[in-house]
Design a protein around this ligand. Structure first.
Ligand SMILES: [Zn+2]
Length: 354
């Protein structure tokens, strides 16, 4: 009897189902929007806890609602919103409910995993175990970035976690890429052809691991704008080879690195050799690449990162869709500020940014 009563109480009209979903998604959107306007020191975990109780209640109501096409649509919207705010518990509840309604759809429903610095999403049938092993790789890569450079912030919106969308595909037609279009976080799209193991390069020669390290370079900083070449797309390449090499040179390499062999083909040492043929400069890809290597060797990657961190803090960059874009003019100034009275480094910066 009680069960029947409850059932009657929660059988909502389609319009009300949509309204509840909108309440949840709007609440997420509002929190994200407010944070993006004034991030302060707030991290995403903290931000996620601010979701109002009535929004949470709206979701709980939906989860108790009876199956219908409207409910499926509503749950899909809420699932997207949950991922936008690192509400992984909500995401899992929604996924479990959707799976209950369509038990055969496990591979069609995305998976997700949250870690302190990022949120992973598995698309096309990647299970949570896959995400867990990818998380180890990404944590290792971010750790290497910390050791070599020390960037204060990866995501374009401070405090928001990075996202990686891992997509299982039949054939890799495009390399990993940085998607600047998401309003509240930085996201990397990462194609995968083996649902069990990440190996790189792939059998057909795709450097996925280097690609990941390269894309994080774009996440950190963009330079070229339409009609104006600044770094000739070399910064991300420099970051990529530097990180790949750093990881390969560790005294006791982690287990996950075994199948990631890109360093044999992509390394700073190889680029340093190639750069000997070119004078550092700012007017072509080869010249700018030689400049990055000279800066790395003469000024040091820690100084480059510190200068960028300072530029961020002072907002000495332009923002396109909140993505950071720098110019060499501003970067030179920031580098000089950073090296201070160190004459040797000062001379290097002056020479390299004539
Ligand atoms: Zn690139």
């Amino acid at each position: 009897m009680l069960h029947t009563l409850l059932f009657c109480a929660i059988a909502l009209a389609p319009a009300d189902v949509a309204k509840l979903a909108k309440h949840y998604t709007d609440s997420v959107h509002q929190l994200n929007e407010k944070h993006a306007r004034d991030p302060g020191k707030e991290g995403e975990q903290e931000l996620a806890r601010k979701l109002p109780a009535d929004a949470q209640k709206a979701l709980e109501q939906l989860l108790a609602e009876k199956s219908s096409p409207e409910l499926e649509r509503a749950l899909e919207d809420c699932s997207e919103a949950a991922l936008d705010l690192d509400r992984l518990e909500d995401f899992q509840k929604i996924r479990a409910r959707r799976l209950k309604d369509t038990p055969g759809d496990a591979a069609k429903l995305d998976t997700a995993l949250s870690r302190p610095r990022f949120v992973l999403r598995g698309v096309g049938g990647l299970d949570e175990d896959y995400l867990k092993s990818f998380a180890e790789v990404l944590e290792g890569v971010l750790g290497a970035y910390d050791e070599v450079f020390g960037f204060a912030e990866f995501s374009k919106v401070p405090g928001k976690k990075l996202r990686v969308r891992l997509r299982l595909v039949d054939k890799i037609t495009a390399p990993p890429h940085f998607g600047p279009e998401f309003p509240y976080h930085s996201e990397i799209d990462f194609p995968v052809i083996d649902a069990h193991e990440l190996a790189s390069p792939t059998a057909d020669g795709k450097f996925l691991f280097y690609g990941l390290c390269h894309e994080l370079g774009h996440v950190i900083a963009m330079w070229d704008t339409p009609g104006k070449q600044e770094d000739f797309h070399t910064w991300a390449h420099y970051c990529g080879v530097t990180i790949v090499e750093h990881l390969a040179q560790q005294k006791s390499p982690p287990k996950w690195l075994k199948k990631l062999r890109d360093a044999q083909w992509r390394s700073l040492a190889k680029e340093r050799e190639a750069a000997k043929e070119h004078k550092p400069g700012l007017d072509s890809d080869k010249a700018v690449m030689a400049t990055w290597i000279a800066l790395h060797d003469r000024v040091g990657p820690k100084v480059l990162a510190a200068a960028m961190n300072e530029m961020d803090a002072k907002e000495e960059c332009s923002r396109v869709n909140r993505v950071r874009y720098y110019t060499f003019k501003a970067f030179k100034k920031a580098l000089l500020r950073e090296v201070g009275k160190d004459e040797v480094k000062r001379k290097a910066v002056e020479e390299l940014f004539r």
